[in-house]
Design a protein around this ligand. Structure first.
Ligand SMILES: [Zn+2]
Length: 262
């Protein structure tokens, strides 16, 4: 009899543990689960005609700057991160038109899926497995580069989304802002952080003004709050670090920053 109780406790314990893990897992969904380990970044050049080399160099320099900044920020939390890069669409761009992003929340959610289909992937979601098998990467993401002005945006996955279409996470990166200035490395790092699980800390269509005010006091230089042409002015502060899996130290208000307006 005693033996049976012992077994039941042993069986219940894993169930309890898996429930806990699942709750934490809200931070670890999609192909770019966390800022951790080796990460595959696929850059895809889109457009109607070849990009001038100077524009290619400018955006790639910014992608690399974002990546090395992310590596350094991860180190502050004792994590080793490295990136492996691949690319399509240079010199012959992928003929895909990306509409201008305006930060409205109504941008196309299908860009990564459609671009990967154009490249020739039958099942874009399988790309994450390819990156694992071929480049030893536990995380994979796509940066769809477009030589037009716009507000860059991220397509982060949640487990209740259609897996086939949205599991492979990516961001649309415009070469310039709507105002005309060159999109800086801080904005690219910001979008990548979304894919690893971070939330905006400034007021948006889905984030509240109250949360922005709180973030301004607590995390004034956080990458999810503001942007700067000098990326080294910015940091991944403790709350964003928790969201993207750099730390498990959680404070009571962290989950209040989950999107609230929807
Ligand atoms: Zn954002």
């Amino acid at each position: 009899m005693k033996h049976n109780t012992f077994l039941a406790i042993l069986l219940l314990l894993p169930l309890f543990l898996s429930a806990q893990v699942q709750e934490l897992d809200c931070r670890y969904q999609g192909s770019a689960k966390a800022l951790d380990g080796n990460i595959y970044v696929l850059t895809v050049f889109t457009g109607e005609r070849p990009w001038p080399q100077k524009d290619v160099d400018a955006i790639i320099t910014n992608v690399y700057e974002a990546q090395s900044w992310l590596e350094k920020q991860a180190q502050r939390y004792g994590k080793t991160v490295s990136f492996t890069n691949g690319s399509f669409g240079h010199p012959d761009p992928i003929r895909y038109y990306v509409a201008t992003g305006t930060g409205s929340g109504n941008e196309s959610a299908d860009v990564v899926w459609e671009v990967m289909k154009k490249i020739g992937y039958q099942n874009p979601a399988d790309f994450a497995q390819w990156a694992k098998d071929n480049a030893d990467c536990d995380n994979a993401l796509v940066l769809v580069l477009t030589k037009t002005p716009g507000t860059s945006y991220a397509l982060a996955y949640r487990d209740d989304f259609e897996r086939e279409k949205y599991y492979l996470e990516g961001a649309v990166i415009y070469t310039t802002y709507e105002s005309g200035g060159e999109t800086c490395s801080g904005s690219i790092a910001h979008e990548m952080c979304h894919l690893f699980g971070a939330e905006d800390l400034y007021e948006t269509f889905s984030q509240t003004k109250e949360n922005e005010a709180k973030a301004r006091k607590l995390y004034p230089n956080d990458i999810m709050l503001r942007v700067s042409y000098d990326i080294n002015e910015l940091v991944i502060d403790e709350m964003t670090a928790w969201y993207i899996g750099l730390t498990n130290k959680e404070k009571s208000w962290y989950r209040d920053f989950l999107k609230q307006k929807q």
